[in-house]
Design a protein around this ligand. Structure first.
Ligand code: ADP
Ligand code: 5GP
Length: 211
């Protein structure tokens, strides 16, 4: 049994854990995911493909792999996505190859995906942990979206309208975290990650025998 830098106990050479995080746009997924992966080097964010245009400061293959609709469609035909969905008018998808490679290398993976994509994975992957992040209120969500200054007014309206529907999906997730105070939210997410690593099925029976 080894203890990785995430504090997660694992069987040697075991596949990494999979954490799926969904939230309405602006609730803080990106901020939280970045802070978690910066703190825990064994926790990697799988870079999604999207047809959305890059925001200022977003880098190709770091924040997303930005591709055309044609290229996205051809990847769908080649069955290259573990899940994909139309979100706020754009296509987004998780590459099966990227996800599998990271997990097979032993990394725990954080997927920041919408509720439609999360439900596709719930049907396919039985050992994933599903986390839903709620904003403290719709008013705060609206202020965060406006404060981010990355989307046009119409896009913000569309994201707020979708948020009302998206929050109803919280029941389909294993955990619900309210992102009010960022340090508190991070502690709660860390507890989920750590407790997932302490599950019985992560224990290497050889170590128990050798006790
Ligand atoms: P998402 O990825 O869910 O769309 P972001 O991570 O981009 O959301 O966060 C939206 C905005 O809210 C950003 O400007 C971010 O800095 C801010 N933010 C995130 N979490 C908090 C928090 N707990 N308190 C205050 N502002 C926050
Ligand atoms: P944004 O455009 O703000 O970066 O993301 C918009 C929404 O798309 C967010 O809810 C985000 O979680 C979701 N998203 C990002 N990548 C993926 C993905 O690969 N698949 C799915 N289904 N949703 C994604």
């Amino acid at each position: 049994m080894t203890r990785s830098k995430t504090g997660i106990r694992k069987k040697s050479a075991a596949k990494g854990d999979l954490f799926i995080i969904s939230a309405p746009s602006g609730a803080g997924k990106t901020t939280l995911s970045n802070k978690l992966s910066a703190k825990y080097p064994m926790l990697k964010h799988s870079v999604s493909y999207t047809t959305r245009v890059p925001r200022i400061g977003e880098k190709n293959n770091i924040h997303y792999t930005f591709i055309s609709r044609n290229k996205f469609q051809s990847m769908i035909k080649k069955d290259a996505f573990a899940e994909w969905a139309v979100v706020h008018g754009n296509l987004y998808g998780t590459s099966t190859k990227r996800l599998t490679e990271l997990r097979n290398k032993g990394y725990s993976v954080l997927l920041d995906i919408d509720t439609q994509g999360a439900m596709q994975l719930k049907r396919k992957i039985t050992d994933a942990v599903f986390i839903f992040i709620l904003p403290p209120s719709m008013k705060v969500l609206s202020e965060r979206l406006k404060g981010r200054r990355s989307d046009m007014t119409d896009d913000i309206k569309r994201r707020l309208k979708n948020a009302k529907k998206e929050v109803q999906s919280y029941r389909d997730y294993d955990y619900v975290v309210v992102n009010d105070d960022i340090s508190k939210t991070l502690k709660e997410l860390e507890s989920i990650i750590i407790s997932s690593g302490l599950k019985t099925d992560k224990v290497d029976s050889a170590v128990i025998k050798a006790l």
